[in-house]
Design a binder for this molecule. Structure first.
Ligand code: BG6
Ligand code: MG
Length: 218
């Protein structure tokens, strides 16, 4: 393994699949109904952040106008919209590039895990045909603090039985890069999700990983 790296921990939304787009569309539908301005710029701040914390960002100054019970209902409303997109997903939504990259990295002997803030992680993996693929899945149902806290990545490492310095995190979000750095991981930033301050390496496409893991880049 390159420089003692034994494992690769992938963010899910925006790295393995394009569900980041569905998050955007679902928040946009909710914001439009509430008459709150919402665009791609605000959406960037939601990447990697939990559903409940995302709602606070979406509501912004309007947050104080809603009770806790109303906020729970709004978060649920967004999730129901989001799940209608998930329900239409099939294994065809896993790109051949991503599928081939994962298979190559596994053949090269790396342990592979998911580290996602999403509580929908299991459903998404099932729909993509990856329900039993990963060696470990750390997700939003198993953590108390979402990114930029490192909890989800530390859980993934623990489930794999590796130390943080033996694992690399692949992330598309600034909050995720920060979480990985704080946790002591090396980080590959996928630049499709915006800037990746703090990433050790930035890649443009997931398949670039096959050149990194097999070479001496990290
Ligand atoms: C992260 C996404 O993976 O999961 C965030 O980047 C999202 O945008 C978070 O808010 C929580 O997702 P879910 O599916 O539990 O609402
Ligand atoms: Mg992401």
């Amino acid at each position: 393994m390159d420089n003692g790296i034994r494992a690769i921990v992938f963010d899910l939304d925006g790295v393995i699949c394009h569900t980041d787009r569905y998050h955007y569309l679902a928040w946009k539908a909710l914001a439009d109904r509430l008459g709150i301005p919402f665009d791609e710029k605000v959406n960037q701040r939601l990447r990697g952040v939990s559903r409940r914390e995302s709602l606070e960002i979406v509501l912004g100054e309007r947050s104080t106008a809603y009770s806790e019970a109303e906020k729970q209902a709004l978060a649920e409303e967004k999730n129901e919209i989001y799940k209608t997109y998930l329900a239409a997903m099939t294994p065809d939504d896993l790109s051949s590039e991503t599928r081939a990259t994962l298979q190559t990295l596994r053949q090269r002997g790396y342990l592979l895990a998911i580290g996602s803030s999403s509580k929908n992680t299991r459903q998404i993996l099932e729909r993509l045909g990856l329900g039993n693929f990963f060696d470990a899945v750390a997700d939003g149902t198993r953590i108390t603090r979402s990114k930029p806290d490192p909890e989800v990545f530390l859980l993934a490492a623990s489930l794999l039985g590796v130390r943080a310095e033996e694992a690399v995190v692949v992330e598309d979000a600034a909050s995720g890069v920060q979480a990985a750095v704080t946790g002591g991981f090396r980080v590959v930033g996928l630049c499709s999700g915006g800037n990746d301050p703090g990433a050790d390496i930035t890649i443009r496409r997931l398949s670039d990983l096959t050149a990194i893991f097999g070479g001496d880049a990290l």
